[in-house]
Design a protein around this ligand. Structure first.
Ligand SMILES: Nc1nc2c(ncn2[C@@H]2O[C@H](COP(=O)(O)OP(=O)(O)OP(=O)(O)O)[C@@H](O)[C@H]2O)c(=O)[nH]1
Ligand SMILES: [Mg+2]
Length: 299
C-alpha cells in the first residue's frame, strides 16, 4: 500500500483546516474566519484499502507579534520535517503577497515536492482562475498545481488521487481505526475556543486559551469543567457578556458539538480567569499546551 505524510502549510485563513476536515470527512480541526485559528500541528490519519496518508494541519505562518505567534510559526515549519509532500495553500481570492512569498521560501528550503493548492475557487470566475493559474504555472516551482474549493469539496478527490501517486510503498504506520493522535481533552478545548472565535472580534479571539480543569464521566453523562483564560480583566466581562449571555451562548454552542462527538449528555461548566500576559510567556504557553495535548510546544 501507499503510505506517507503530507503537511498543509500556508498563511492564516488560506483554508488549511477546512481542507483537512473535507479530506477526513470529519471535524478534526476547528475553522473560523479569524487569522491564527489553528495553534497546533494536528495529525489526521486517512486509512483506505490502498493507502494510509497522515495529514498534518498547521498554524498559519505570519509575522509574529507575541511569543505565541513565534511558537505557531515554529510549529508549522517543524511539521514539514520528514514529510513526503507539502500542500502549499493559497487563498485564490487574494493576490500573491509578500506573506505568501515568505511561506513559499520556507517551504522551498525543505526540498520536498510542493503541491500548490489554489483554494476558494468557488469565489472566482473561470476566466479569473485561468489567468491566475497560468501565472503560477510559469514559476515552475510546483510539482502539481491543483485548484480546489475546500468548502464545496470541489476537486478534493483528484487531489487525493494525485497525492497517492507521489507516496512510497509501505506498511500502515497507525491502526486503521485511528483518526487523530491528540487526546479527547484537546478536542474539547478547541471546540470551546471555536465558539469564542465565532462570537467575538478584534483582540479577544487571540487573547483566549482554554484549559480543562476536570472531566468526569459516568454511564449517563459527562461533566466538564473548563477555564477560559484571558489576558486582561476587561476581556473577562466581554466574554461573560450582559447578564452572562455571551458565555452561556459559548457554552451551549460547544455542548451541542461535543454531545454529538462524545455521544452523551454533557454538562459544561465554564469560568473565565485572568492569566496576565500568557501569550508572551513561554512558560505559560508550554504549561497550557502540555495540559491540553500532553506535550510542550518546543518538544
Ligand atoms: N468560500 C470559501 N471559503 C473557504 C474555503 N475554504 C476555507 N474557507 C473559509 O476561509 C476561512 C478560513 O478557513 P480555515 O480553514 O480556518 O483557514 P486556515 O488556513 O486553517 O487558518 P489558520 O488556522 O488561521 O491558519 C473560513 O471562514 C472558511 O470557511 C473555500 O474553499 N471557499
Ligand atoms: Mg487552521
Amino acid at each position: 500500500m501507499k503510505v506517507g505524510f503530507v503537511a498543509l502549510i500556508g498563511r492564516p485563513n488560506a483554508g488549511k483546516s477546512t481542507l483537512l476536515n473535507q479530506i477526513m470527512k470529519d471535524k478534526i480541526s476547528i475553522v473560523s474566519d479569524k487569522a491564527q485559528t489553528t495553534r497546533n500541528s494536528i495529525k489526521a490519519i486517512l486509512s483506505t484499502e490502498e493507502s494510509q496518508i497522515i495529514f498534518i494541519d498547521t498554524p498559519g505562518i505570519h509575522k509574529p507579534l507575541h511569543e505565541l505567534g513565534k511558537q505557531l510559526n515554529k510549529t508549522a515549519v517543524s511539521a514539514m520535517d520528514g514529510v513526503d509532500i507539502v500542500y502549499f495553500l493559497l487563498d485564490a481570492t487574494k493576490p500573491f503577497g509578500s506573506g505568501d512569498q515568505f511561506v513559499l521560501d520556507l517551504v522551498k528550503k525543505e526540498h520536498i515536492p510542493i503541491f500548490l493548492i489554489f483554494n476558494k475557487i468557488d469565489l472566482l470566475t473561470r476566466e479569473q482562475m485561468i489567468v491566475k493559474l497560468t501565472e503560477l504555472n510559469e514559476t515552475q516551482l510546483f510539482s502539481e498545481i491543483i485548484p480546489v474549493s475546500a468548502i464545496n469539496n470541489d476537486n478534493v478527490e483528484t487531489l487525493l488521487k494525485v497525492t497517492n501517486s507521489y507516496l512510497p510503498e509501505g506498511e500502515a504506520l497507525y491502526p486503521t481505526d485511528m483518526i487523530t493522535e491528540y487526546p479527547e481533552q484537546f478536542f474539547i478545548t478547541e471546540i470551546i475556543r471555536e465558539q469564542i472565535l465565532i462570537s467575538t472580534s478584534e483582540e479577544i479571539p487571540h487573547s483566549v486559551a482554554i484549559v480543562i480543569d476536570s472531566f468526569k464521566e459516568d454511564k449517563q453523562s459527562i461533566l466538564i469543567q473548563a477555564s477560559i483564560l484571558v489576558e486582561r480583566d476587561s476581556q473577562k466581562s466581554i466574554i461573560i457578556g450582559k447578564q452572562g449571555q455571551k458565555i452561556k451562548a459559548i457554552g451551549s454552542g460547544a455542548r451541542v458539538i461535543l454531545e454529538k462527538r462524545l455521544g452523551k449528555p454533557i454538562y459544561l461548566d465554564l469560568i473565565v480567569k485572568e492569566e496576565k500576559n500568557w501569550r508572551n510567556s513561554t512558560q505559560k504557553l508550554n504549561a497550557i499546551n502540555k495540559q491540553n495535548t500532553g506535550s510542550n510546544y518546543d518538544e
